[in-house]
Design a protein around this ligand. Structure first.
Ligand code: BEZ
Length: 177
């Protein structure tokens, strides 16, 4: 991608903890828009094929969490992980990893990912439509830098991972700083 583009304006259906609800499952729906996540902020967004999948759970997400403070030193306000998974799955994934810093964005319908041009079929894995791996530096909703894994395609036989890794993104941002 060479042209700058704006992130699409969509509404994400998140589940947030609300102690006033009481009981064993005190969560309620909360709509969050692209403006809520991206408006007036300089953020890193990265996207991956699925919550709980091995590379994402063992490397990509935990490594972004570990390097979070170094990203903040580069004037990054937040780091978001988006996946074509619903809010229940994304919350359970974050809890299982003990996430404190990276914010998970549930794109359950795939609308955001489709409008980013990153929706791919993963029917070969029984996944349906998911996201191709990419990361981006996004300033006030405008994509400033783009890190997309090679070989974008449906039903990819492999799972390229390197360009969108946290270390690569950090190194490129440091080199540009
Ligand atoms: C992985 O993160 O390792 C993975 C992602 C998608 C499908 C299978 C594995």
């Amino acid at each position: 991608m060479t042209d700058r583009k704006n992130v699409p304006l969509v509404t994400f259906r998140t589940r947030v903890r609300d102690e006033s609800i009481g009981g064993p499952n005190p969560y309620r729906w909360e709509n969050k828009t692209s403006d809520d996540y991206f408006g007036g902020k300089r953020v890193i967004l990265f996207s991956l094929p699925g919550a709980f999948t091995p590379t994402c759970s063992t490397f990509q997400l935990p490594d972004f969490e570990k390097l979070y403070d170094q990203f903040l030193e580069l004037r990054i306000d937040a780091i978001y992980c988006v996946s074509v998974n619903d809010a229940f799955v994304m919350n359970a994934w974050g809890k299982s990893l003990g996430l404190q810093k990276i914010e998970l964005i549930p794109d359950g319908s795939g609308e955001f990912t489709r409008k980013m041009g990153m929706l791919v079929a993963k029917d070969n894995l029984g996944f349906g439509m998911r996201s191709w791996r990419y990361a981006a530096l996004i300033d006030d909703g405008v994509v400033e830098q783009w890190f997309e894994e090679e070989g974008f395609c449906d039903n990819c036989e492999t799972d390229p991972y390197g360009v969108s890794s946290p270390q690569n993104v950090l190194d490129k941002l440091k080199a540009a700083a």
